[in-house]
Design a protein around this ligand. Structure first.
Ligand code: NAX
Ligand code: K
Length: 554
């Protein structure tokens, strides 16, 4: 990957920013018509790769001349890079704007490459360029239909109904046409983004195309990193059409930056390589405070996550009755058995002699504590040590008032809530479910903490309004205990970062990326049902090794 490609793959834009970037390109002299030809040419070539046309070899017998309706169930996502239709028939869905124009250029190119093409163009008013392309397609004899009921069968639909120009809710008749198209047992490839999605929030505006594959054009739009858009987007791919970096920089320099974490950014943040001459305390000393008699497993999983981080020294404070269990799982760690409450929570931190909280490079606190450990959480919040708060520590923080408590802290704090914990911590921030990125920015700004909001697309914000998003993950991680592994991993990296002056928000993003990648690799090897939290922890180092090899290889 070139430097330019790497930088482009980190960028995320809103519809307005994309429009401003395009405006600069057009103002500099690039003709609109030429850009559309270029972009659509790239899309057409990519479609030819995925759906090669081997005309003459006979078809797979799936097509007839009847209408596609009534409907049948959808096929699964196409997982392989090509399908085997010998002469694919492709239906092109054309909207009124330049997304429709792109689709029509694709239609023309594929028609000349020998594909069987038909066009669905339900709008009577089209932008001028789109209208010209439709006229030319008609002159070539490509069938054009205005009514959904007339559409013939096809092997693939290309969705060029709406791109980033969609501003208002879709209504009938186009809304019900989209609903019917979604019911067909045909893969749908969306151009730029699935028609009906809001480009920034990923919200469904009335209804939306459920794509199996989406080609995002030029720069990643924010919708692709929003949880609520994911089931519509399918497999997402960036079509890079050589937008000059200078134009991207010019438009984004004033705005709060939202970045996608790439393997290169994540790996370059890790404390690697280690200096030849070092010692265990120089590689960070992490204190984990976790577990209760009721939730012993959470403590083990958190500690295994920390082990995966490579931290120099690991101390784990648990209730006394868990000590031997932890020792048996983590012989390398210093297990600190603490006096317990009647309910089996940590009652008091009983650190070894000559040790206090300031002795540690970082503290991670929360998994399995129960809310009975409230005094312990208050004590660590009052310390001057970099801190990760998760799970019950977040529930305790919510009870003692999140914002004023955190505002008093001098050392860095990282909060790692899932949506439910976030709502308890920040009841004043409304609609976190639909506006996750805005919510996480507000939470960081209000508290001065780095906030890591877990989800299908985990988002991390710092108080300066910058956001990092983890662009890939797996539903295999939706499982009890996987968050505990993240807390340990993040704590271990934070302890190492503290001695090496790596920015806290970069470490949070890197830990979340590593955790997701471990889930992806584990799911590839063991299926999405095979990624229990213990296994996930085992995959951390294996994942790191494979990612480092990939980067070195390139
Ligand atoms: N300008 C260019 O030359 C380029 C454009 N590109 C394509 O152009 C797209 C953006 O084009 P446009 O700005 O024309 O926008 P769109 O093609 O996304 O659609 C906008 C059109 O839809 C109409 N519309 C909006 N909401 C509607 C609703 N709810 N119901 C019915 N009609 C509605 C608008 O009045 C407008 O005519 C991109 O997504 C991309 O596909 C890219 O190929 C890059 C180059
Ligand atoms: K589209």
């Amino acid at each position: 990957m070139s430097d330019r490609q790497e930088q482009i793959s980190q960028v995320v834009v809103t519809a307005e920013q994309m429009r401003d970037i395009e405006a600069r390109i057009f103002a500099a002299g690039m003709p609109v018509v030429a850009l559309m030809e270029k972009v659509a040419g790239l899309i057409a070539r990519r479609i030819q790769n995925i759906y090669p046309n081997q005309k003459g070899a006979g078809t797979l017998g799936r097509r007839d001349t009847e209408s596609s309706f009534p409907t049948s169930p959808r096929p699964p996502l196409f997982a392989s890079s090509s399908l085997f239709f010998s002469n694919p028939c492709i239906g092109i869905l054309v909207g009124p704007g330049h997304n429709g124009g792109d689709a029509l250029v694709v239609a023309r190119e594929l028609y000349f490459r020998g594909y069987e093409i038909w066009i669905y163009s339900p709008f009577s008013q089209l932008k001028e360029l789109t209208s010209q392309h439709l006229q030319y397609a008609r002159s070539l004899g490509i069938p054009i239909y205005q009514e959904i009921e007339q559409l013939p069968n096809s092997d693939l639909l290309i969705d060029g109904l709406f791109g980033f120009g969609l501003e208002r809710n879709l209504t009938d008749p186009i809304a019900s046409a989209i609903n019917q198209l979604n019911q067909l047992s045909v893969p749908i490839l969306s151009i730029d983004l699935p028609s009906g999605l809001h480009t920034d929030t990923g919200e469904v505006l009335g209804t939306a195309i459920r794509a199996t594959h989406t080609f995002c054009l030029g720069l990643w739009k924010l919708a692709f990193l929003q949880d609520q858009a994911l089931e519509y987007v399918g497999k997402a791919e960036l079509i890079d059409f050589d937008i000059p970096l200078a134009d991207v920089e010019a438009v984004l320099s004033e705005a709060p930056r939202i970045k996608r974490i790439t393997p290169i950014t994540a790996l370059s943040t890790l404390p690697l390589p280690r200096p030849a001459i070092t010692h265990k305390y120089k590689e960070g000393h992490l204190l984990l405070i976790c577990g209760s008699r009721r939730y012993a497993g959470g403590a083990i999983l958190t500690a295994l996550g920390a082990r995966g981080s490579g931290v120099g020294m690991l101390s784990v404070a648990v209730p006394e009755s868990l000590k031997s269990l932890l020792v048996s799982h983590l012989p390398e760690a210093l297990i600190v058995g603490c006096p317990e409450t009647e309910t089996g929570a940590i009652a008091q931190l009983q650190l070894p002699t000559k040790t206090n909280l300031s002795s540690f490079s970082a503290i991670a606190c929360g998994p399995g504590l129960t809310t009975d450990a409230s005094p312990i959480v208050q004590q660590v919040i009052e310390s001057d040590v970099p801190l990760v708060l998760d799970a019950d520590a977040l529930n305790i923080l919510a009870e003692i008032a999140t914002i004023p408590t955190l505002q008093k802290r001098q050392a860095p704090t990282i909060l790692t809530p899932h949506t439910g914990e976030f709502q308890r911590l920040f009841p004043n921030i409304t609609d976190v479910k639909h506006h996750r990125i805005k919510a996480v920015q507000q939470a960081a700004a209000q508290t001065g903490a780095v906030v890591l909001l877990k989800g299908a697309r985990t988002a991390i914000a710092n108080p300066q309004n910058q956001v990092w998003i983890i662009p890939e993950s797996t539903p295999a991680l939706a499982r009890g205990g996987s968050g505990d592994v993240l807390t340990g991993l993040l704590g271990g990296l934070l302890a190492q970062a503290a001695t090496k002056h790596i920015p806290v928000e970069d470490i949070a993003a890197t830990a979340a990326w590593w955790h997701s990648q471990a889930g992806i690799l584990a799911a590839q090897e063991r299926t999405e049902l095979g990624v229990d939290a213990f296994t996930l922890a085992q995959f951390l180092i294996k994942t790191l090794k494979s990612k480092l090899q990939l980067i070195t290889y390139h």
